[in-house]
Write a protein that binds this ligand. Structure first.
Ligand SMILES: [Zn+2]
Length: 62
């Protein structure tokens, strides 16, 4: 079982290294785009973090 875990980790590291060699920095950029490059968006009314694109829950009347 431990050997399987070690093998899995090695495969993951290898994939990461190959990905970095082929597309330097692009993976990180894509992740940042998905997370929002401008930083976390907060609601102007209640100050909570807005998750998604539909806005804060407080504007829905809930
Ligand atoms: Zn709000």
């Amino acid at each position: 079982m431990i050997k399987a875990v070690l093998f899995f980790l090695l495969v993951m590291v290898a994939i990461g290294m190959v990905g970095n060699a082929l597309f330097p920095g692009s993976v990180g950029r894509n992740l940042r785009k998905k997370l929002g490059m401008k930083g976390p968006t907060t609601c102007k009314d209640c100050g909570r973090y807005i998750i998604g694109s539909k806005g804060c829950d407080c504007k829905k009347g809930g």
